[in-house]
Design a protein around this ligand. Structure first.
Ligand code: PMP
Length: 289
């Protein structure tokens, strides 16, 4: 089956979907993006993802590429053209194409790209056994709260993790505190039962999954502490887990080969994962006719 993309105002087959070699996303990584999960044909947490996209664009001083009411229509069309029920939507906005110059171009039209694809569910064994992470120094810039296209340190970190047989790389700042994964947020449960994650400062992306979990955690009877934790604290935690749109909640059972807790997924990560799945189905249920 052909795949379709929305590129600069048109719906095109992937092989015909191209951008200019002068596009500033290509030349400078000058743009922002979002990844949404698709469940039963609907984008999950669309409002939160679009809010974050508009925030990223405002921080980068990139104009919004289409009317705010038009964007969900474009997303729906890309989903239906690609017949995606379970999968992902990818949105990218760049500052547009212009003669190469670092300074913002006077007249460039922001470029919107939307693609969608089917994604198989996370294999049950991953949820049953949890995943391993490695730690690496955080080498990124000081505005990781912006979901920009500049992902080189994240790409290198993820590759390093995979080469080491791990799922994710947890980045550690110069103070020895964990910031986040290459494409996920990081969480621990401490010995005294507190659920700890870094506050949404400029050092991390405020994950949509993170935001949803924060709201759920108190209902779950957990004591929430938004505070940075060290790599040492993570290794001696009772539980550790990671969150993202694509992984939801995944238990972390090893960090740098050190087993976390008893080395098995813990009740908090498993409970929050179940809770998120429930919420997701409720949200989609409300949207379905
Ligand atoms: N941190 C980084 C660096 C990411 O790329 C992602 C994935 N978007 C996340 C955290 C998790 O964010 P979300 O829950 O919105 O997918």
């Amino acid at each position: 089956m052909s795949r379709f993309a929305y590129v600069g105002g048109r719906y095109l087959r992937h092989r015909a979907a191209t951008v200019s070699i002068d596009d500033r996303g290509f030349q400078f990584g000058d743009g922002a993006y979002e990844v949404m999960a698709v469940h039963r044909g609907f984008p999950v947490d669309q409002v939160l993802h679009l809010q974050r996209l508009y925030r990223s664009l405002a921080e980068l001083q990139i104009a919004e590429p289409v009317d705010r009411r038009a964007l969900p229509v474009i997303l729906d069309r890309v989903l239906s053209l690609n017949r995606v029920c379970e999968g992902l939507l990818y949105l990218q906005v760049t500052r547009g194409a212009a003669r190469r110059d670092h300074v913002f171009p006077k007249a460039a039209t922001p470029m919107l790209l939307v693609t969608a694809r089917r994604v198989p569910p996370v294999p049950p064994v991953v949820i049953r056994d949890g995943v391993a992470v490695i730690s690496i120094p955080d080498q990124r810039w000081a505005r990781c709260d912006i979901k920009s296209l500049n992902l080189l340190p994240n790409v290198l970190g993820k590759q390093q993790a995979r080469a080491a047989g791990a799922f994710e790389a947890w980045q550690v700042d110069t103070e020895g505190m964990v910031t986040e994964g290459a494409s996920t947020n990081a969480w621990i449960v401490t010995e005294d039962g507190a659920l700890m994650t870094r506050p949404a400062d400029h050092a991390i992306l405020n994950g949509v999954t993170r935001q949803v979990i924060l709201r759920q955690a108190t209902e779950f009877g957990l004591r929430l502490v938004e505070r940075p934790f060290s790599l040492g604290q993570a290794k001696s935690a009772t539980e550790a887990f990671l969150t993202s749109t694509t992984s939801l909640v995944l238990p972390v059972t090893r960090i740098d080969e050190v087993p976390i807790g008893d080395g098995r997924p813990g009740p908090v990560a498993q409970g929050l994962r179940a809770r998120l799945l429930l919420l997701l189905n409720e949200e989609i249920g409300r949207q379905s006719p």
